[in-house]
Design a protein around this ligand. Structure first.
Ligand SMILES: Nc1ncnc2c1ncn2[C@@H]1O[C@H](COP(=O)(O)OP(=O)(O)OP(=O)(O)O)[C@@H](O)[C@H]1O
Ligand SMILES: [Mg+2]
Length: 350
């Protein structure tokens, strides 16, 4: 946890509520520039599992404890809905005018969303056509998301109980696009390797056009190491961190075979998505951006780059944020894990 703060007005707080971690980033806007004000994260919060625990007041207290211990004072919050809880799809709308659009989207949504629509909050964006124009006449492609109203209601209640102003709620995918891609118009693939899942998506013109989620993730590697070496989970987690340091020290060192094998389903999914995207004649993916704690597994970028014959980088979510130079080493280390929270904090600034 950090303990520096710029304080004052124009503060924006992004809160990434995960299954086993809670992360916050506070940004400050000053003279059209964005500054890092503060950040905090808490791991192993499985005992305060936000998606499962129903006691709203308890969750509000847990959230405020982490917030206040770090000295975070922003009252305006953007929070994320876990990707697995949100349904998203691209739908085709044929021959409609501006007036009939909502009706047409609802009719299509009924076909693709597996839950009753009155239990969902729908949100949608028209995808720009090849020339970058947004048409509301004729045929249009629409990016649709649906979130369970019950979960949205619960988050609203948590923030109300925490006496914070919930300015917006969004899917992690959008936060990641904001912090990792920004205004970059090139087509990229983002691979977020978290502790509980790996989320992969291809982003074109800032819109996630292809989405997949995998159970193979950063903790899968820890479990594989624990099993192979006869270690406890905590020991294997430490071993994994040390391994990254060792691999960093000796750049000739290859990613160990056990890790290569464990990560194979992720690589296969990436290959599949790249092929599928290309087969639809939607252009080429120019680079792959890794994020999430799993991205810190050193030499992973080199390994993937060779396997897929594409540029692979670890994303820098601090790209548009100014911060004291002496914090650079620690911030680049925590960056991949805070990418969602940074993107959330930026939402209301943009
Ligand atoms: N330096 C490192 N080297 C290797 N792995 C690391 C490193 N730092 C963190 N990790 C791994 O990253 C994972 C945590 O990543 P992250 O914080 O993105 O997950 P999360 O947001 O809590 O999970 P999720 O988004 O899936 O719910 C852990 O499994 C941890 O072992
Ligand atoms: Mg996460």
């Amino acid at each position: 946890m950090s303990s520096f703060s710029l304080g004052g007005d124009n503060l924006f707080l992004g809160i990434d509520i995960g299954d086993s971690s809670l992360k916050m980033v506070e940004l400050k806007k000053k003279n059209r520039r964005i500054y890092l004000s503060n950040y905090a994260f808490s791991e192993n919060v499985s005992e305060i599992n936000f998606t499962k625990v129903e006691d709203v007041n308890y969750l509000a207290r847990a959230l405020n404890k982490i917030r206040l211990e770090a000295g975070i004072t922003a009252k305006k919050v953007t929070a994320s809905l876990p990707t697995f809880a949100v349904f998203s799809s691209i739908i085709n709308i044929g021959n409609v005018d501006k007036k009939g659009l909502t009706e047409a989207v609802n009719a299509e949504a009924k076909k693709v969303i597996p839950l009753p629509l009155d239990e969902m909050t729908l949100d949608w964006k028209i995808i720009p056509d090849a020339s970058g124009k947004i048409s509301t006449k004729g045929n249009a492609q629409v990016f649709l998301t649906g979130s369970p109203k019950k979960l949205v209601r619960k988050y609203i209640d948590i923030f109300k109980a925490a006496k914070l102003e919930l300015a917006s709620l969004e899917t992690e995918t959008f936060s990641l696009v904001r912090s990792l891609v920004g205004d970059d118009k090139s087509t990229v693939m983002i691979v977020e390797i978290g502790a509980n899942s790996t989320d992969l998506f291809i982003v074109k013109e800032s819109i996630p056009v292809l989405n997949r989620s995998l159970a193979v993730c950063a903790s899968t590697i820890t479990r594989a190491l624990a099993e192979k070496l006869g270690l406890t989970y905590a020991q294997a987690e430490q071993f994994k961190f040390d391994l990254s340091v060792t691999l960093a020290a000796d750049t000739n060192e290859k990613l160990p075979q056990l890790l290569v094998k464990t990560l194979e389903p992720i690589v296969m999914e990436m290959e599949y998505m790249l092929d599928f995207f290309q087969s639809q004649n939607k252009g080429n993916v120019e680079k792959i951006i890794l994020s999430g704690g799993g991205a810190l597994l050193l030499n992973l970028t080199e390994y993937l780059s060779k396997r897929l014959n594409l540029r692979v980088i670890i994303g820098d979510p601090w790209n548009r944020v100014r911060y004291p130079e002496e914090l650079r080493p620690v911030l680049s280390e925590v960056g991949p894990r805070l990418a969602v929270a940074i993107g959330l904090a930026m939402r209301e600034i943009d």
